[in-house]
Design a protein around this ligand. Structure first.
Ligand SMILES: *[C@@H]1O[C@H](CO)[C@@H](O)[C@H](O)[C@H]1NC(C)=O
Ligand SMILES: *[C@@H]1O[C@H](CO)[C@@H](O)[C@H](O)[C@H]1NC(C)=O
Ligand SMILES: *[C@@H]1O[C@H](CO)[C@@H](O)[C@H](O)[C@H]1NC(C)=O
Ligand SMILES: *[C@@H]1O[C@H](CO)[C@@H](O)[C@H](O)[C@H]1NC(C)=O
Ligand SMILES: *[C@@H]1O[C@H](CO)[C@@H](O)[C@H](O)[C@H]1NC(C)=O
Ligand SMILES: *[C@@H]1O[C@H](CO)[C@@H](O)[C@H](O)[C@H]1NC(C)=O
Ligand SMILES: *[C@@H]1O[C@H](CO)[C@@H](O)[C@H](O)[C@H]1NC(C)=O
Ligand SMILES: *[C@@H]1O[C@H](CO)[C@@H](O)[C@H](O)[C@H]1NC(C)=O
Ligand SMILES: *[C@@H]1O[C@H](CO)[C@@H](O)[C@H](O)[C@H]1NC(C)=O
Ligand SMILES: *[C@@H]1O[C@H](CO)[C@@H](O)[C@H](O)[C@H]1NC(C)=O
Ligand SMILES: *[C@@H]1O[C@H](CO)[C@@H](O)[C@H](O)[C@H]1NC(C)=O
Ligand SMILES: *[C@@H]1O[C@H](CO)[C@@H](O)[C@H](O)[C@H]1NC(C)=O
Length: 761
């Protein structure tokens, strides 16, 4: 810099640049003497001090996601809307730069692929890395501390446009995902200071986008109390009651006639009442435009003022939308809301920010994180590992892992729409990644392997024969995309795709079909003897192509399992998306939903092959009869009876022990799955229900490991028609693995025990 005066001017600016961060200035600014800056007080007391200093006009200004703050008080503007489903992602409250520093973040696989790994430790580690990167972005004034993630609605119908965002169809898996991922994001279980504020969305019974004239903005989900308590509410219960998530998002839909954002039963009776979700900082946001939709789509209120009033009075604290800033003031003038209600909302919101350290001094946790902490080699290795652990092997006649000899190059013909996929590997709610490695790119780095690329529409059979490849690798996803706002009508491959694979397969050259993206019916490939192998790789994230190649070449042995059912093509003709029920019903023709109630899957939930064989053996407990009252009275320290462990051995300190032996010749991980089945509780009875899993790592050939399957009394319970959770006497079977390899039968005796009495509407 030649101009000395310019340099001096810049230096003069430096002190202010040093404090130039987005945090409120608790040292020098107008807030310095406000109790919000007094770290000796509770979050609620601190937030109360802030609210006490505000005028009613200022308060009204703070009830939507894009908050202007209060300049007079030194409260900065703040956007509550961040996204981080599988990495810090684009959102109104997240500011990526176009290039260089702050232009990307680690982009993990989608949750549907994460949970296929059945590895709880991995889920916690992902949440922790994402929160670290989010904090770094926050320190650079490029994001807030609130992230509206995860999506916890279980994947109820294979057509759903947002299924890829979810951990699958099973409530037990969803609950494990929440407990580990949210705890990672928030910086521990119910921490004093939140690392980031996570948001479980969407409460409740939301999983239809746009289907045959039904629209999510005005959809009324008709749900029985039994299905509500047993299925739709289970993830939220985990979030609110057990994992203690900081915040919750309310959905677009109505539940039995009442829109979610004005539903006092769900909010007061269930969430804040039954689950006691009342800790400092527990706030509710609407989904974006959901308050407005109560007026424009649900037609639930006569005026816009009544609409915003109903949402605030029901306890929705933030409007992601523009109805609150526009109409809340006149709702107050009309007497439709009280200022004290507004104060309660702001108290919840700001005590959350207090708990995230927003008003704390600069030397507090996570303020040191910078760009150097984003997308580190370690974080990217984790992204690769998650993808490797989440790839499911569905069929293998021995072609996998692909053998590559040093004597002769292996020629691989690449066909299909995703052979060079990059951003598609990320799926939705993705942030920009430092690099995106497609399958084609990863294959270029495999020595003694050459690729030939053919587009499927170039008459692949002719080209395949022309080029005499050693192997054909077809990589594609369904062309009928599922998207937010749009569900699919079919769950099948296009005929063109099936034709291409079948034509290629007739060449007699080994063919591997890699199924990416959404679930569709693979039966044509599974039943075709000329298709040598089928792999489901979902949405494997930034290094997804590398992970796939590592699995195909045997660098990594696959051990993932399907976290959802792969249904036959005709399933979608049998049950409309709008039928929210699960049990088979001969009147409506509903064949049942999820593996618990539907028994004709193309590929079953929990299925997945290995490059080796495993055998399992349950260590038999010495008794097979347990008295319900004795089990319950032994639970002392658990807040809720459903969390109480079921310990079947006479020493009563061990969970169910399963010996897993690798009987083949390749070292591999193994996911031990335990289901319960039996005719107990209210009929009809589920086929089986997952009650525990553990991923065991690196079991060598000829070696064994023990899985400790932590079954709880909740896992053995059923829900009655009123939604009550009850432990019933009866005959039970524990089934290990898919298909079942080992079973253990036992009985529960005595009288039924009410575990959780469900509040009636
Ligand atoms: C932080 O970023 C916002 C825009 O997102 C801007 O208005 C504000 O001035 C920035 N704060 C500081 C201290 O740089
Ligand atoms: C805070 O209070 C102290 C002592 O009363 C006073 O000296 C100081 O000016 C006040 N600071 C602000 C920003 O109001
Ligand atoms: C509300 O926020 C706007 C900026 O969005 C500002 O112009 C206005 O003065 C604020 N109102 C009050 C009462 O602070
Ligand atoms: C994003 O951050 C950059 C750098 O601080 C800033 O110049 C830009 O205004 C910000 N964009 C938004 C929309 O806040
Ligand atoms: C409800 O939650 C509050 C705040 O977290 C806690 O203080 C209280 O003990 C809880 N009550 C019950 C009955 O668990
Ligand atoms: C094998 O392929 C590599 C390029 O991947 C090439 O350099 C080499 O010459 C090939 N070897 C043979 C034996 O064809
Ligand atoms: C794959 O995509 C990359 C860029 O994304 C491109 O450089 C490369 O040529 C593509 N490969 C093929 C075979 O199309
Ligand atoms: C099971 O699914 C197959 C298609 O995969 C179908 O042909 C058959 O009719 C179904 N059976 C029953 C009992 O629904
Ligand atoms: C089957 O569906 C009909 C029509 O919706 C309903 O009235 C009936 O209660 C259902 N039966 C069972 C067993 O759920
Ligand atoms: C309890 O008994 C089971 C079955 O015999 C055994 O596997 C386990 O190691 C025992 N646990 C303890 C703590 O002794
Ligand atoms: C089972 O519970 C024990 C004790 O709480 C815990 O250490 C272990 O990690 C749990 N196992 C699984 C697979 O969750
Ligand atoms: C367990 O019970 C089921 C159902 O009653 C029965 O089919 C199975 O044979 C029993 N298994 C063993 C090992 O006793």
């Amino acid at each position: 810099m030649k101009d000395l005066s310019a340099m001096l001017a810049l230096l003069a600016l430096l002190p202010s640049l040093v404090w130039a961060q987005q945090y409120p200035d608790c040292q020098h600014g107008p807030l310095a003497n406000n109790s919000v800056c007094n770290t000796g007080l509770s979050p609620r007391e601190r937030a109360q001090g802030l609210i006490n200093a505000m005028t009613v006009g200022e308060k009204l200004n703070l009830t939507h996601n894009n908050s202007p703050g209060v300049a007079r008080l030194g409260l900065p503007s703040y956007n509550w809307w961040g996204e981080a489903l599988h990495g810090v992602a684009a959102a109104p409250g997240v500011n990526f730069s176009d290039s260089g520093e702050w232009s990307y973040a680690t982009s993990f696989p989608q949750p549907i692929t994460m949970t296929a790994a059945f590895d709880n430790g991995l889920l916690y580690a992902i949440g922790d890395v994402i929160a670290t990167e989010a904090r770094a972005y926050n320190n650079a004034n490029r994001s807030g501390l609130d992230y509206w993630t995860p999506d916890i609605n279980p994947f109820r119908d294979p057509r759903w446009g947002r299924g890829q965002e979810t951990p699958g169809e099973d409530t037990y898996v969803v609950k494990q995902y929440i407990d580990n991922y949210v705890t990672g994001l928030q910086g521990g279980h119910n921490p004093a200071t939140y690392k980031v504020i996570a948001t479980c969305k969407h409460f409740v019974a939301y999983n239809m986008e746009g289907w045959q004239g039904n629209n999510r903005y005005g959809y009324d989900a008709i749900v029985s109390t039994q299905d509500l308590a047993e299925y739709y509410m289970q993830p939220s219960q985990q979030c609110a009651r057990d994992t203690k998530v900081a915040s919750i998002m309310y959905s677009y839909n109505a539940i039995n006639g009442i829109p979610a954002c004005a539903n006092p039963y769900n909010i007061d009776s269930i969430l804040r009442g039954h689950w006691n979700w009342t800790a400092d900082g527990n706030y509710i946001t609407s989904d974006c435009t959901a308050i407005q939709n109560m007026f424009t789509d649900h037609h639930a209120f006569d005026s816009r003022q009544q609409t915003v009033g109903a949402a605030l009075n029901a306890g929705v604290d933030v409007d992601c939308g523009f109805y609150n800033p526009t109409y809340l003031s006149s709702a107050l003038s009309l007497g439709l809301i009280e200022e004290s209600t507004l104060d309660q909302s702001l108290l919840r919101l700001y005590s959350g920010l207090v708990r995230a350290g927003y008003f704390d001094p600069p030397n507090t946790p996570w303020r040191h994180l910078t760009w150097k902490n984003v997308s580190t080699p370690k974080a990217e290795d984790l992204a690769l590992k998650v993808a490797e652990e989440g790839i499911v092997l569905l069929k293998n006649n021995g072609v996998l892992p692909v053998t590559i000899s040093e004597d002769k190059n292996l020629t691989v013909l690449l066909v299909g729409g995703w052979i060079n996929a990059t951003t598609q590997l990320q799926g939705n709610y993705a942030g920009p990644a430092r690099t995106l490695v497609s399958p084609w790119m990863a294959l270029q780095n495999v020595s003694n392997l050459e690729t030939i690329v053919v587009q499927w529409y170039e008459s692949p059979l002719i080209r395949a024969i022309d080029t005499q490849p050693d192997l054909i690798l077809w990589i594609d996803s369904t062309n009928e995309a599922a998207a937010e706002g749009e569900d699919r009508n079919t769950i099948r491959w296009d005929n063109l795709q099936i034709d291409a694979v079948e034509m290629l397969a007739t060449s007699g050259i080994p063919l591997i079909a890699v199924h990416m993206g959404e679930q569709v019916d693979d039966s044509a490939f599974l039943s075709n003897p000329n298709v040598s192998a089928v792999v489901w790789a979902g949405y494997p994230g930034m290094l997804g192509g590398q992970a796939l190649v590592n699995v195909l070449t045997g660098k990594v042995a696959p051990a993932a399992r399907l976290p959802l059912t792969q249904y036959p093509t005709d399933y979608v003709d049998l049950v409309p998306m709008t039928d929210m029920s699960f049990r088979p019903n001969s009147t409506t023709g509903n064949p049942g939903r999820t593996y618990k109630w539907y028994d004709n899957a193309t590929v079953e939930f929990g299925y997945g092959l290995h490059y080796t064989n495993f055998s399992t053996a349950i260590t038999s407990p010495s008794t097979s009869s347990f008295d319900i009252q004795s089990l319950v009275s032994a639970c002392g320290t658990y807040a809720h009876a459903d969390q109480c462990p079921f310990r079947p051995y006479s020493n009563t300190t061990s969970s169910l022990s399963v010996q897993v032996s690798n009987t083949g010749s390749t070292g591999s991980d193994f996911v031990a799955l335990a289901f319960v089945s039996g005719n107990y509780g209210p009929a009809p009875y589920p086929i089986k229900s997952l009650v525990a899993y553990e991923r065991l790592f690196g079991i060598g050939p000829g070696k064994s490991q023990t899985a400790n399957l932590n079954i709880t009394l909740g896992g053995l319970s059923r829900h009655d028609e009123n939604g009550n959770q009850i432990l019933y006497p009866g005959s039970y079977s524990i089934l290990v693995d898919v298909p079942t390899q080992s079973t253990w039968n036992f009985t529960l005796t005595g009288t039924q025990y009410m575990m959780d009495e469900w509040p009636q509407a």
